[in-house]
Design a protein around this ligand. Structure first.
Ligand SMILES: CC(C)[C@H](C(=O)O)[C@@H](O)C(=O)O
Ligand code: SF4
Length: 465
């Protein structure tokens, strides 16, 4: 029987078969951020050990650092402590630490691909659930827990249970205003947040082939919101061109040799998946969440659902609770709902392509009165590249705040938050209760939907801009 790409990535990393679907896998890259990195590095040191291959680990402060202009690593007491812990532990262990203000610093899932630290065919781990993002380059990448991080650092291996295989094919050409983010939200809305539990998801189909790498990273980023640990896109010429010349990618003749190897990273034609899903991209509209789970997603021209239509009492209560938290009325069109905050950022949508898309909408227009709108680039490199093409000036001229790279309002771990009761359209990936601050109401959407909301002061259809 043929093997899927996931099978091939798995098989090529098995150090020892432990039986019952378990294996000891070789870990090729370990990424560390300021929340999960310090305890993992500290634990290795406490046990009298050291990272076995420090040159394969990379650290960046992202969650707890301020995004305020002219910030340093020391802007808030908690942030300062986590920043210093990550920096000091990493340096003591010989792990490369990317400091604030230095290209390389940024959201861990943004800097890994952009530096070429993440490459096709590698296993990549990080103590963070959105590590699945890196699968957009054809890596086997997944989030791990704290004891696993310690194990990976100390041994460069991990004990893992093999996942089942799902393939999601996006076929067709997206309509105007429809991006990878809309496809991901549409898929989660259709399948639900538990559909991916126990699976590795391979994204395929003509719409995925046509995507740039940044869009593929967005698609894979939301894989964990489907419940799956990892998402993968088979690497192709788009991937190879993206990686050429990146600082940590192989260079010159080594790069060409690597590409020759990477071309083998495709599933066999007769490979069998445990589950197959087909999405006709013609069915995907610009999509936005209305509730407090990423699966509570609707087309931008849709209406807020009525719990009365729910299949059972438990679902009815759940939908009602989401409506109450979000302050929405069932049956009403979502368009026109007044918005207080707009956040363009996070590892889902803070790359150069995302900022370009949003800037295209806002250029020459004004953010509506009463709306606080932030752009938080995903990394120092994204920030500099955006500034080099004048995107910062486009945003600032329209009334957006242009900030420093990090997670910022995606998770409010650095003290920056959307006020209680305020409604935000956010390009991030989680709309849980309190995610952007206690009482904050979050609508997940693409960069163009977020930009349109900022200009209108209400949820708006980007196709009207
Ligand atoms: C803090 C971190 C462990 C967490 C994650 O695992 O995803 C965060 O990045 C998030 O997005 O909720
Ligand atoms: S940007 Fe948001 S989702 Fe991504 S790593 Fe940071 S907190 Fe997690």
């Amino acid at each position: 029987m043929g093997r899927t790409l996931f099978d091939k990535l798995w098989d090529s990393h098995v150090v020892r078969d432990l039986g019952d679907g378990w294996a000891l896998l070789h870990v090729d890259r370990i990424l560390l951020h300021d929340l999960s990195g310090p305890p993992a590095l500290a634990e290795v040191a406490r046990r009298g050990g050291a990272p076995s291959r420090p040159e394969l680990a990379f650290a960046t402060p992202d969650h707890a650092v301020s995004s305020a202009p002219a910030r340093s690593g020391y802007t808030s007491p908690t942030g300062a402590r986590l920043y210093a812990e990550l920096r000091d532990h990493a340096r003591a262990a010989g792990v490369r630490f990317f400091d604030v203000g230095e290209p390389g610093q940024g959201i861990v899932h943004v800097m890994g691909p952009e530096l070429g630290i993440v490459l096709p065919g590698l296993t990549v781990v990080c103590g963070d659930s959105h590590t699945c993002t890196n699968g957009g380059l054809g890596a086997l990448a997944f989030g791990i827990g704290s004891s696993e991080s310690t194990h990976a650092l100390a041994t460069q291996t991990l004990r893992q249970q093999k996942l089942r295989r799902m393939r999601v094919r996006f076929e067709g050409t997206p309509a105007r205003g429809v991006s990878a983010k809309d496809m991901a939200l549409h898929l989660i809305g259709r399948l639900g947040t538990a559909a991916g539990v126990g699976y590795a998801i391979e994204y395929a189909g003509s719409a995925v082939r046509a995507m740039g790498v940044e869009a593929r990273l967005t698609l894979c980023n939301l894989t964990v919101e489907l419940g799956a640990k990892c998402g993968i896109v088979a690497p192709d010429d788009t991937t190879f061109e993206y990686l050429r010349g990146r600082p940590y990618a192989p260079q010159g003749a080594d790069f060409d040799a690597a590409v020759a190897d990477w071309r083998a990273l495709v599933g066999d034609a007769d490979a069998v998946f445990d589950r197959e899903v087909l999405v006709d991209v013609a069915d995907v509209a610009p999509t936005i969440t209305w509730g407090t789970s990423p699966e509570q997603a609707i087309a931008i021209d849709g209406v807020v659902p009525d719990p009365a239509g729910a299949a059972d009492a438990a679902t009815r209560a759940e939908l009602q609770a989401a409506l109450d938290y979000m302050g929405l009325v069932p049956g009403r069109r979502i368009v026109g709902t007044p918005v207080d905050w707009v956040f363009i950022g996070s590892c889902a949508n803070s790359r150069l392509a995302d900022l370009r898309d949003a800037a295209e909408v806002v250029r020459g227009h004004r953010v509506a009165a009463g709306v606080t709108a932030w752009v938080v680039p995903g990394s120092e490199a994204v920030k500099r590249a955006a500034e080099a093409e004048g995107l910062d000036r486009v945003f600032e001229a329209s009334g957006f705040h242009w900030r420093e790279p990090g997670c910022s309002l995606c998770v409010a771990a650095n003290g920056e938050r959307v006020p209680a009761g305020a409604r935000a359209v956010s390009t991030s990936n989680r709309n849980f209760v309190g995610r952007q601050g206690p009482g904050a109401r979050t609508h997940l959407a693409s960069p163009v939907v977020a930009a349109a909301a900022a200009l209108r002061g209400a949820i708006a259809d980007p196709r009207e801009f």
